[in-house]
Ligand binder design. Sequence first.
Ligand SMILES: C[S@@+](CC[C@H](N)C(=O)[O-])C[C@H]1O[C@@H](n2cnc3c(N)ncnc32)[C@H](O)[C@@H]1O
Length: 202
Amino acid sequence: MYDRALKGVERAGLAEMRRSLLADARGRTLELGAGTGLNLVHYPSAVSELVLAEPDPHMAKRLRARVEDAPPPVPVEVIAAPAEDLPFDDGCFDTVVSTLVLCTVADPATAVAEARRVLAPGGVLLFLEHVRSLRPGLARMQDLMEGPWGWVAGGCHPNRATEQAIAGGGFWVERLERDRIPGGLPLIRPAITGLARRPGSG
Ligand SMILES: C[S@@+](CC[C@H](N)C(=O)[O-])C[C@H]1O[C@@H](n2cnc3c(N)ncnc32)[C@H](O)[C@@H]1O
């Protein structure tokens, strides 16, 4: 259902936004809430290993099927961990990817802190997230619709200022562009995409 729901949006430009974001992925890479694996085809050759974390068993089943159907040319592991509790040592990834996930996690601040913890100094968080609108009218609508929208959209919160969670989580935000989810509903159209670095060498 997720893939079908997103088909038009992917074609309208989301797939290109994914490709552009993931061009900066490199080395050992962890994807949070990998869903059904729509990012898989966009990883560049600079990625040496992929760990796909997806806590929802239905999404994970589809994800495993996609990995089996078209195995990426690097070692891939699918795990069930939530973004708030990653079963990895500190500093063991070069890249962490979050696309359309921080809207849904139960605790965005903890998820961002975990991403920072597992990144090596100088490692990067690549993010593409729909966020709270800067337009007061639309933001108010996002607040009003938070409950019903979450009910139909798997717990998604349309009104999160995710850029604040990332900047407040101890990252250097090196690039942040305000964008729009192309063809999406107005409620989830305002988006951010960018690169945040864990301070340190690199
Ligand atoms: C809108 S989907 C996005 C899927 C994928 N990242 C993409 O770009 O298509 C949100 C995903 O976040 C996952 N999710 C929900 N709660 C999570 C959590 N606490 N930690 C990690 N992922 C979570 C859901 O299972 C779902 O796969």
